[in-house]
Design a protein around this ligand. Structure first.
Ligand SMILES: [Zn+2]
Length: 559
């Protein structure tokens, strides 16, 4: 479910900084791994972690303190608690675990040793997620791969990126040496045939790259030509690609302009976070209590308040914005405090980041066995996919309104034990004939198509409800649904109309097309884009359908 938007903003910055960079697309950011469980077996001295993604540890042995410490960093990992301390046993005195760094996130474990010890780290994939075992290396002789076995084979440029190639997977420790203004990449227990200044690595961003070897391993010291560059390693197989990200400067920061929160149904909330330009981000969950985090880069608060409490949300208690770079109040972390454990999806749309949060709280599910259902209705949400239908002045699209109303209607009908099939369940383009086929081939009792109306610009005052039908057998259905819509919504009555529309003409059962309001009218557009009004529309249609089915003895008795 994790997904990363390509580095468009960064690419644009690099392009600006160094023409020609666009030829080399950037890599995605590594996925953030959420650590869910930590268990320590004191007898075996084995620490086991469960996590959502593979953990890529960086290990440092600190022998200057006796009997020593081991520092194990897990970049791109998040830890559910702020801090945890685990009492050790024979060889490990205690283990301290903390969220060491926030953006990008990194978890640090410090092993205080009671006698010198080496550890090995092994991961394996489980059905859901990964298990990582950190355990003492059995004997001195059988210690984990050491000098001579792990070798840095090559260093080269790939576009703007620097690639490290090893004979084994390469996970460098990255450190910024502020005094010298250089980055130091350390590969513990590695050896290499490379040595000294690597002049072929000079680039528009790299001033110099020097390789050093010592007892600890191999160091690569990078001097960069600018001081506003962040570097992010990305390891895969035997390669580690170092990406250079030019930090957003004051004028190219993306500023948040708005946040919209919509309740889609009793357990689903949609959040849209708008900004004046694209930004990079990572999304990941945290537990105890349930939270969802968006770490954004190159962003600033803009006009938004630092806290937002959505009213009546089914999933979100509170939203907090935390600029993680204190100096300039940038790189904003957005934390959603959730009401319960939730699933989520997210996607970058043009102009905003959309997040859909769905609570995993159990809802009473109707038993949808068709045998037990009392009638069968096909609901047809108009338009979809690359056919948006009518467009409101504030950019609300007909296809979105018709789908939302149809989803509510389906839920209400199912609660009445009426079987529903929707001709589309998502934002898809569906041709007209297949919509009718769904109803005809499956002998539906009714076909109800839902649309929004529109008028040319000089007629924006027109508002109200129109109901269309084609065949004589559909007139009573049209009259009934129209009456319920007018009465329950208090909307202007623009009459039931006879017209040869495709779907109502081709459907072999009573069928109607409902124009539930005008997107060209600003007030009705505002109403139609509100989930509360969408539910009222759905409820009116449901009441009409129920009345019609009852009066025509089309409702099978409840079993
Ligand atoms: Zn339409």
């Amino acid at each position: 479910m994790r997904k990363f938007r390509p580095f468009l903003a960064i690419l644009a910055l690099l392009l600006f900084a160094c023409p020609g960079a666009l030829a080399q697309p950037s890599l995605p950011l590594p996925a953030v791994s959420s650590i869910s469980t930590i268990a320590f077996d004191a007898r075996q001295q084995v620490l086991t972690l469960l996590s959502s993604e593979r953990l890529v540890p960086k290990i440092q042995y600190l022998s200057d303190s006796r009997p020593g410490k081991i520092v194990l960093d897990l970049p791109n990992a998040v830890f559910p608690k702020v801090k945890q301390e685990i009492p050790g046993g024979t060889a490990i005195d205690k283990i301290r675990i903390s969220q060491y760094q926030n953006n990008p996130p990194s978890v640090r474990m410090v092993f205080d040793l009671s006698r010198p010890l080496e550890i090995s780290v092994r991961s394996r994939r489980l059905e859901a997620g990964f298990e990582t075992r950190i355990e003492p290396v059995a004997s001195e002789a059988d210690s984990f791969p050491r000098t001579g076995k792990q070798e840095l084979l090559d260093l080269r440029l790939n576009g703007q990126n620097l690639v490290l190639e090893g004979n084994v997977p390469v996970y460098p420790e990255v450190r910024l040496n502020k005094d010298r203004g250089e980055y130091v990449l350390t590969l513990y227990d590695f050896t290499t045939r490379l040595d000294g200044l690597q002049s072929r690595l000079q680039s528009p961003l790299i001033e110099s790259a020097v390789v050093f070897k010592d007892a600890k391993g191999v160091q690569i010291r990078l001097k960069l030509k600018r001081n506003d560059i962040e570097i992010i390693p990305f390891s895969a197989d035997q390669f580690c690609t170092i990406q250079f990200l030019v930090k957003a400067s004051e004028q190219n920061l993306a500023r948040f302009t708005d946040i919209q929160i919509d309740e889609l149904d009793r357990q689903t909330t949609r959040v849209r976070l708008f900004a004046d330009k694209a930004f990079d981000y990572q999304v990941y969950p945290l537990e105890n209590p349930s939270r969802l985090v968006i770490d954004t880069m190159g962003t600033a608060m803009g006009q938004l308040a630092l806290e937002r409490k959505p009213r009546n949300s089914q999933t979100i208690r509170n939203i907090r914005f935390i600029p993680t770079q204190a100096a300039h109040q940038t790189d904003v972390r957005v934390v959603f405090d959730l009401l319960s454990d939730s699933a989520y999806q997210f996607d970058w749309k043009s102009g905003y980041l959309e997040l859909v949060i769905q609570s995993r709280r159990r809802q009473p599910e109707p038993d949808l066995n068709p045998q037990k259902m009392r009638a069968f209705v096909v609901v047809d949400p108009g338009h979809g996919g690359k056919d948006p239908g009518a467009l409101g002045k504030s950019k609300i699209r007909e296809k979105e309104v018709t789908l939302a109303v149809s989803q509510y209607l389906t839920r209400y009908l199912e609660n009445d034990r009426i079987q529903v099939v929707m001709t589309r369940q998502e934002d898809l383009e569906v041709l007209l004939q297949p919509r009718v086929d769904v109803a005809n081939l499956r002998n539906a009792d009714l076909f109800v198509s839902i649309h929004c109306n529109s008028m040319p610009p000089n007629n924006t005052h027109v508002r109200g409800i129109e109901t269309y039908y084609t065949t004589p057998q559909s007139k009573q259905l049209a009259d009934t649904l129209h009456k319920y819509l007018i009465t329950e919504l208090g909307a202007p009555d623009r009459r039931v109309r006879l017209r040869g529309l495709y779907v109502t003409r081709k459907a072999s059962m009573p069928s109607v097309l409902l124009e539930i309001g005008f997107l060209s009218n600003p007030e009705e557009e505002a109403l139609l884009s509100s989930p509360a009004y969408q539910r009222r529309v759905a409820k009116a249609i449901r009441d009409g359908i129920y009345d019609y089915l009852s009066r025509n003895q089309k409702l099978r008795p409840e079993l």
